[in-house]
Design a protein around this ligand. Structure first.
Ligand SMILES: [Zn+2]
Length: 292
């Protein structure tokens, strides 16, 4: 399987690994979020990845078109990633969607078969990675299992979380994936306090050693993470950092408080500005500002 050296997402994360900084992967549920994170990336001269869940396909194909077009119109490198695609049919469908310029709408897709037992997970992952690669799309997988759920991601709480092992790193790299999302104490959803965040940094360091630059490491489950935890993860090889609440919390609070009380135009503008501000702060904190 040829490495996708021309894929924009691969190039972006290779550069992040080389430069030892993180790139935000912003979970986007609406157009305001996409407008906000791209405005932040342009203001900070930062690379960026827009993350859509498979939910976006169900919601409206126009939303995917919007993300793909917005990414291409940005004055800095921006890619579109489908996160946690847990259904092979959805992956096949997503891999066929084209942007207006004829290139794949999704630069990368997370082939998340972590709800299957390991042998079936690996077999399905390998097949779907080959399909995505044949269309120029990079892929990501989750060895082990990151516990919990997020809005748009199936909650795997009934399934036990499993930390990623060194052996699994090799097994998953052998499927051809480009990005690896390890489980080392990170969980989806809320930690209910920074004191409850218990990451196994030694495990992450040993995963980085085992990976040895063959793929890039990405981080899931960052709600409530402070900048110093992000920095420790980046020091141990993390490149893309998925953010949900970390950039949406001020927006969510403002919208909850102001809906129906201020003009809709103000709600949209102020809400977008709040998300942009949180994105810009994080771009500074994880070192991607000025790296576009
Ligand atoms: Zn995730």
């Amino acid at each position: 399987m040829p490495k996708l050296s021309n894929n924009r997402a691969v190039r972006m994360l290779n550069a992040a690994a080389e430069g030892k900084y993180g790139v935000l992967g912003v979970v986007s549920y609406n157009m305001e979020t996409i407008i906000a994170c791209i405005a932040a990336a342009e203001a900070k001269k930062s690379p960026l990845q827009i993350l859509l869940f498979p939910w976006a396909l169900k919601y409206s194909p126009l939303f995917v078109d919007f993300a793909a077009m917005a990414a291409r119109k940005a004055s800095v490198p921006v890619t579109v990633h489908m996160d946690h695609a847990q259904d092979p049919e959805v992956i096949k469908q997503a891999s066929q969607i084209k942007a207006h310029d004829g290139t794949p709408a999704f630069d990368s897709i997370m082939v998340d078969m972590s709800h299957y037992e390991k042998e079936e997970n690996l077999a399905k992952t390998k097949e779907l990675v080959a399909l995505c690669h044949s269309r120029g799309i990079a892929t990501e997988a989750e060895p082990g299992r990151i516990e919990g759920g997020e809005d748009g991601v199936k909650d795997t709480a009934e399934l036990e979380g499993m930390m990623t092992t060194a052996e699994e790193v090799d097994d998953f790299i052998a499927t051809g994936i480009d990005f690896l999302a390890p489980a080392f104490g990170n969980v989806h959803g809320d930690y209910h306090g920074v004191e409850n965040i218990h990451l196994d940094y030694d495990r992450l360091a040993s995963i980085q050693k085992k990976v040895d630059g063959r793929v890039q490491i990405v981080l899931h489950g960052t709600n409530e993470f402070p900048p110093d935890i992000m920095k420790k993860c980046i020091e141990r090889g993390v490149t893309r950092i998925n953010v949900n609440k970390l950039v949406l919390s001020d927006y969510n609070e403002y919208v909850a408080k102001s809906t129906g009380k201020v003009p809709l135009t103000q709600l949209l503008e102020k809400g977008t500005a709040l998300m942009q501000a949180q994105c810009e702060q994080w771009m500074d904190d994880i070192g991607s500002s000025g790296k576009a």
